[in-house]
Write a protein that binds this ligand. Structure first.
Ligand SMILES: C[S@@+](CC[C@H](N)C(=O)[O-])C[C@H]1O[C@@H](n2cnc3c(N)ncnc32)[C@H](O)[C@@H]1O
Length: 261
């Protein structure tokens, strides 16, 4: 467990933010736990379309980095994997534990940050993050940690906002959703602090993702720029992008990378 005083400043801000957001994620978390088939991101694109998960999950050790309510790990468990989840928010983990009891599906959950994983090197076959570490953790610290805990040949799959969205999203929710104007520079894209709630996100330009991933020992297999489905509807929790915008530009993306060796 990572004590609050030792948390990096962004992780402390995000723990406070996610402990506040957690109540709003409990019911959607339950719906996702109950889903028969995995789906991804705010547009709920089916796994059958994106094919982000390895086919051979049976008996595989998986770690979910920023598991939140841990529905992704529940999906992995139902496919035969041995999941472990780690998250920075005690309140999110409380929801995850309640849902484990409700669905009768238990796996280890740890309080901690993806930048400092409490696991031995080469412990996992798959590291995965859907809007967890992928968005909220410092990539220059969590990506090397993911590489360390993966076995050679293991995969890292992460799903987050695309850089075009990050460039066009106003600072405050009150200013409306992403538009067509570039509001911040692409070069140097890294850390964004949101004034509405004090949370801190991380994004990188694509070239920088590729450099970082390759330098930490990964081969990039796929970058999936996700298009919202034709019948996409906005979840009222997320007002920062419209389905119409996300039909024209990729608001979300998934990286599938493999550890060399
Ligand atoms: C949008 S949720 C995503 C998780 C999951 N897919 C879900 O929706 O429940 C983001 C999660 O990332 C966690 N998180 C933020 N920063 C983190 C960090 N540095 N390490 C691990 N988890 C982190 C938050 O506490 C939160 O539970």
């Amino acid at each position: 467990m990572t004590d609050l005083p030792h948390l990096p400043e962004h992780a402390r801000a995000n723990r406070e933010a996610w402990d506040r957001f957690a109540a709003d994620y409990a019911e959607p978390g339950r719906r996702n736990w109950a889903a028969a088939e995995p789906h991804w991101g705010i547009w709920h694109v089916p796994e059958a379309e994106l094919r982000l998960l390895p086919d051979d999950l049976a008996g595989r050790d998986t770690i979910e980095l920023g598991c939140g309510t841990a529905y992704v790990s529940a999906w992995l468990a139902r496919r035969g994997a041995r999941p472990v989840g780690i998250d920075n928010s005690p309140a999110q983990l409380e929801t995850a534990r309640r849902l484990q009891d409700e669905f009768g599906l238990h796996f280890p959950l740890h309080l901690g940050i993806a930048e400092e994983l409490p696991f031995e090197a080469a412990s996992f076959d798959l590291a995965i993050s859907e809007y967890g570490a992928a968005l909220w953790a410092d990539p220059y610290r969590w990506v090397p940690e993911a590489a360390r805990v993966l076995r050679p040949g293991g995969r890292l799959v992460f799903y987050t906002n695309g850089p075009l969205l990050q460039l066009t999203m106003p600072e405050s929710e009150a200013a409306g959703p992403a538009g067509r104007e570039l509001l911040r520079p692409y070069f140097g894209l890294f850390r964004t602090e949101w004034p509405d709630d004090g949370s801190v996100e991380f994004h990188l330009p694509h070239g920088e993702w590729i450099r970082l991933l390759r330098e930490t020992g990964f081969e990039v297999e796929r970058l999936v720029e996700v298009r919202a489905p034709e019948d996409a509807v906005n979840d009222p929790r997320w007002t920062y992008v419209t389905p119409d915008w996300a039909r024209q530009w990729p608001s979300e993306e998934a990286w599938v990378v493999r550890k060399r060796g």
